[in-house]
Design a protein around this ligand. Structure first.
Ligand code: C2E
Ligand code: CA
Ligand code: CA
Ligand code: CA
Length: 278
């Protein structure tokens, strides 16, 4: 009935209002999260399948909210991207990563680290300058740094993304194309980007050992990456079957819970130390 529909509609409106209020308050709190030391960075290894060594790690931000508990990046990154919080947050992740890299290198661990850069930030000149400044005061060289940029982020403004990536590449930072396969980039555009690495999205990888069309996609992406002179990473490896399949098709690096969960810096160091002597 119309009355019932009306009621449902009002409930719907109330729920939307709640969500909106929750997001607005979360956004305000995010501004203080860095100062309040609520943000942390965890690192997930990318395993070199030729040497069985940890070649690099991906920095993943973590928010321990004082009352809401642990919040997943998927719940606050999209909010942060709507305003300038994403710049502050990413600079925090970058500075923490550079500091941790210096510490690992001091302990004799040769590893690189990747930071995720979202679409809007990628083409920000102010952020570009801030990255240069952060590298200047750090003991870590740009060649130990990787920027992960999603395929869809580059497609938002392809020409601007290309210019920005060329700038970061000149700085010495390696560029990794993240979530590959989920965007709309053409081979022609891909060829123009100054990439060093391609990451095959988890959605293609997770069933590749048992689904023949996913297997074909992963196999041809590995070949495509190699033809373009890129190293290729498969993300979301959760089983030994999946890992074996990726070895078989010649994938260079593997990342996922089966290799390791994202870890705090100190635990990552312990893992690297045991990995380098085993
Ligand atoms: P992403 O860049 O694709 O990162 C990989 C995500 O997959 C991470 O989720 C990681 O913990 C998760 N993952 C790793 N191995 C497995 C696996 O075997 N199975 C499954 N199911 N998941 C796995 P997380 O840490 O929750 O981050 C989610 C997304 O949030 C990231 O996706 C990235 O887009 C974004 N993000 C995280 N940290 C940052 C950051 O510092 N800056 C920006 N701009 N985005 C970030
Ligand atoms: Ca990533
Ligand atoms: Ca990814
Ligand atoms: Ca992803």
């Amino acid at each position: 009935t119309a009355l019932a529909n009306d009621k449902v509609w009002h409930m719907h409106e109330a729920a939307e209002q709640d969500l909106l209020e929750q997001q607005v308050s979360l956004m305000g709190e995010l501004a203080n999260a860095i100062e309040n030391h609520e943000l942390e960075v965890h690192y997930q290894p990318k395993l070199d399948l030729m040497t069985d060594r940890i070649a690099s790690v991906e920095a993943l931000v973590r928010w321990h909210h004082p009352t809401r508990g642990y919040l997943s990046p998927d719940s606050f990154i999209p909010l942060a991207e709507k305003n300038d919080h994403i710049a502050d947050m990413t600079l925090f992740v970058l500075q923490r990563t550079l500091r941790d890299l210096a510490q690992w290198h001091g302990a004799g661990i040769e590893v690189k680290a990747a930071v995720n850069i979202s679409a809007r930030l990628l083409i920000s000149p102010a952020f570009f300058d801030a990255v240069g400044a952060a590298l200047q005061v750090s003991d870590t060289s740009a060649s130990d740094l990787i920027f992960e940029v999603t395929e869809s982020a580059t497609m938002a403004d392809p020409a601007a993304a290309l210019r920005a990536l060329e700038g970061y590449r000149r700085m010495g930072i390696m560029i990794s194309l993240d979530d590959y396969g989920t965007g709309q980039s053409t081979l022609t555009y891909l060829k123009t980007l100054p990439l060093g690495e391609l990451k095959i999205d988890r959605s293609f990888v997770e069933n590749a050992h048992e689904d023949s069309s996913d297997a074909l996609l992963v196999r041809s992406t590995v070949n495509l990456a190699h033809a373009l002179g890129l190293q290729v990473v498969a993300e979301g490896i959760e089983t030994v079957e999946c890992l074996d399949f990726l070895r078989e098709v010649g994938c260079d690096l593997a990342q996922g819970y089966f290799v390791s969960r994202p870890l705090p810096a100190s635990e990552l160091l312990t893992l690297c130390l045991s990995n380098s002597t085993s």
